[in-house]
Write a protein that binds this ligand. Structure first.
Ligand code: F6P
Length: 361
């Protein structure tokens, strides 16, 4: 009898820990159930391309190194929505049936998709349409997927941001400067809040809290006068809105809108308002790379094993999640209709305020 085959793909922006999750899925499927695992290349693109782009994965594929490597060796895309696929002439085409046909061509019994909130929505819809058993694994440096305390890649990104603050601090102190660090995170301030607390920021600006420049100015005055310090660290989330309520966004050549650069506007404002010598660092995609942190490897491994076990139990339309130190599963329906913002009344916001960190309000 032919072995049962399942497919795995990574979708959306990459992050550290994806390879660890693919490895865990492969090991569990082979050792636990005697299945075959097919790695689909470049997210949904692998199934809509002709011929389909995929390879059989086995334990030799990993050889001990991939667990430690950032990125995804399968490749990924964040612009391959098969329901509205961007064609060369600029039009959008529904290629969802090609995705389903590609899946059938590989003779797969189910799909495990590693993605963020956008990918979960698309993959869930595709699999419902094609009646494909589907289990999702949450990843994104932004940590904005509902239903899970942590997504794969978040901890590594925060560590990069903390490291940046550790490097900015001595130069800020030496030159008596204010250093403004912009971090990613899209519409959620998780990276900024965690990194700001861990990295000793004086001010943390997040999209969930509108800032008032007078409050920032007052905080800097207190740093100078009450603490006798002549330098300060400010962390800004990329989606923070400027004084007039606008976000700083720019279109990539493919038309995708991205955040980036708001720290320059805020840095200029701070410099004008306080007279302080101010410098800005936009951290960007370095937050997505590097060696995965311990927690990213651990949750990636737990997610991979659990995803295969769910599929073996005949479950579908579920996402694995991390809750109260356990790996659990939640209904995808609940995940795709919600967004995980920071809790403005939660522990970390209280902690920041308790430390005297200005949150801009
Ligand atoms: O969602 C992850 C993320 O890194 C965001 O933090 C950031 O806004 C965006 O992706 C950048 O996307 P791209 O890879 O298209 O530049």
């Amino acid at each position: 009898m032919a072995k049962k085959r399942i497919g795995i793909l990574t979708s959306g922006g990459d992050c550290a820990g994806l390879n660890a999750a693919i490895r865990a899925v492969t090991r569990r499927a082979i050792d636990g159930y005697g299945w075959e695992v097919v790695g689909i290349k470049n997210g949904t693109l692998g199934l809509i391309s002709t011929p389909v782009d995929a390879e059989v994965l086995d334990k030799q594929t990993f050889g001990g190194t991939l667990l430690r490597q950032g990125g995804t060796f399968l490749g990924t895309t964040n612009k391959g929505d098969p329901f509205a696929y961007p064609m060369a002439d600029g039009s959008l085409k529904d290629r969802s049936q090609e995705f389903i046909d590609g899946f059938r061509e590989l003779d797969l019994a189910g799909l495990i998709g590693i993605g963020g909130d956008g990918s979960m929505k698309i993959l869930n819809k595709l699999c419902e349409l094609g009646e494909i058993p589907f289990i999702g694994i949450p990843k994104t440096i932004d940590n904005d997927v509902a239903g899970t305390e942590f997504t794969i890649g978040f901890t590594t990104a925060v560590n990069v941001a903390v490291d940046a603050l550790d490097r900015l601090h001595p130069t800020a102190a030496s030159h008596h400067r204010i250093m403004v660090l912009e971090v990613m995170g899209r519409d959620a301030g998780h990276i900024a809040l965690h990194a700001g607390i861990a990295g000793g920021a004086d001010v943390i600006l997040v999209p969930e809290i509108r800032y008032d420049m007078a409050k920032i100015k007052e905080k800097i005055r207190r740093v100078y006068e009450d603490e006798g310090r002549t330098h300060a660290l400010i962390v800004v989330s990329e989606a923070v809105k400027t004084k007039d309520g606008s976000s700083i966004m720019h279109a990539n050549e493919d038309g995708k809108m991205n955040y980036g650069g708001v720290a320059h506007v805020i840095g200029d404002q701070i410099s004008k308002e306080t007279g302080a010598d101010t410098r800005v660092t936009v951290l960007g995609h370095v937050q997505r790379g590097g060696t995965p942190a311990m927690r990213d490897r651990v949750i990636a491994s737990a997610f991979g094993v659990k995803a295969v076990d769910l599929m073996a139990d005949g479950k579908s339309n579920r996402m694995v999640a991390w809750q109260n130190r356990e790996v659990v599963d939640v209904a995808l329906e609940e995940v795709v209709t919600r967004y995980n913002h920071i809790d403005v009344a939660g522990t970390l916001v209280d902690t920041a305020r308790g430390l005297g960190i200005c949150l801009g309000d």
